[in-house]
Each structure stands twice: as C-alpha cells, then as structure tokens.
Write a protein that binds this ligand. Sequence first.
Ligand SMILES: [Zn+2]
Length: 266
Amino acid sequence: MKKLNVLLIAVVSILTATVTVSFNIDESMAKTVVDDQNNVIEIPDKYFTNMPSPELIENQTVLCRKMQYYFAHPAETITDPVVLNEVGTDTINKALDNAFNGKEGQRKHAELLENFKSQYLNPGDRALRLMAGGLDTGKVALEGSKFVGILDPSDITVYNATGKKNVTEAIKYSMNEWSKTPYFNFRLVDDPKEARVIVGELNPGETAEEHIQGNFKLVSSYYNIEIQGKIGLSPNITNLNWDDTDLLHTVMHEMGHAVGRPDLYG
Ligand SMILES: [Zn+2]
C-alpha cells in the first residue's frame, strides 16, 4: 500500500510539472489584439487554430477588387459569377434598392453604398471574419445570440469573485448541468486573469434582468466571438444556501447566457 502511495505522488508531481511548463509557454506566446469593444487584450496563441489559408485571403483579395469595380459602376450589369453570387442581383443599384426597401431617403442610399463599399476594403479582415477571427470556437455556432461563437467551448474557465462557498457550490452544480449539453465544458479557476466567465455581485446601480436576480454582460469579444463575460448576482441572493432555488436558478440562467443562450419568452 505504501509503495502505491509513493507511485501516485510521483505521477502527480510529473503532471503538475508538465502543466506548469505548458502554462508558462502559453503566457509568453499571446497575440495582442484590439477586441470588438476597442480594448487592447491578449489572447494566447494556442487559441488561434483557425487562421485563414493563403488561398482564402487570395480569393477575398480578388473579390474585393471586383466589388470595388462595380461600386464605381453601380448601374453596370454584373456578369462575373462570383460577384453575382455575392451581390444577389445584377447591378449594385438594385442591391441598394433591395437593401433599404425604397423606404429611406436618398442620403441613406449614399450611406448604404459607403457601408457596402467599406465591407470590401480589407481582404485580410474579411478572411479573418469568415474564420471567426482565426479562433478555436470548437466549430460551435451560436444562434440568436449577441455573439456568433465562444472561444474554446470545451474548456470554459469560471472564477467566483464573490469568494462565497455557497456561490461556488451553485456554480459547480450549474457547470455540471450545462456540461450535459454537447460542446460545453467548464472548469473553476482560482485566478480571475485565467477566467473567461467571472461570477460576482451586481455593482450598486446595476440592474438585474426582469424576473431573474442577476445579469450577464459581455466583457470582451473578438470578431463576434465571446472571449470573456461577467455574471452579476443580486446581493439579495448571494447569502442563500447554494441549493436555494433563487440562487441556483439565477446562476444556471446566467450561465446559459454565458454560453450564448438567449432568453426565451412565451
Ligand atoms: Zn436572461
């Protein structure tokens, strides 16, 4: 029995050592990017598993060039099949008419053209957008959500900023429940810097959702991929027993928002 214990400790030490080393490597290799909220953030290199191929960038470069030609000639009949497919009608003018349904004034028409044009200025950006910012999203598309995907849904790190044990228990239960759905796995962490979901109390003046004593706020996204979010719990519920319906239901509900689930009404 004693021998077995020693062996187990040895194995655990090796595992710990490996984890520490790989974590240091990750920290030192991160991309500094400007997120959708215009904040400068760092995303570890290991998450960029989905970068656009040179072929995709080349395709987008050709598409942008062709689009700019037709923007400069909006009444000209489009013959290029790639552009036809992109625009959906055979002239840019018709596409603009369709886009605003003829209800808006001429000024809006010009604005729409500028907006349309601006979407075809940067082929690299277009390619990145098509590839979810180059990020590992587990190929999980979130529908009806504010964001189109979530960073590495197989390992969503959660930090309990309330420091309360009952809240930790409610989080654990909720993580377990949400992990039963395909794609999502959660892990509690001790360091808020490692956390992609932070659970804290609502700040004074912050309001909870209707009928639910908490809220979820997106902190950071990149190319519409959720990087980090914050769950705020009403101070009324954070001292309840972990399995009190008010606390548990709220944590489960907000955790659902953290993985892109919209509210369902009716
Ligand atoms: Zn809700």
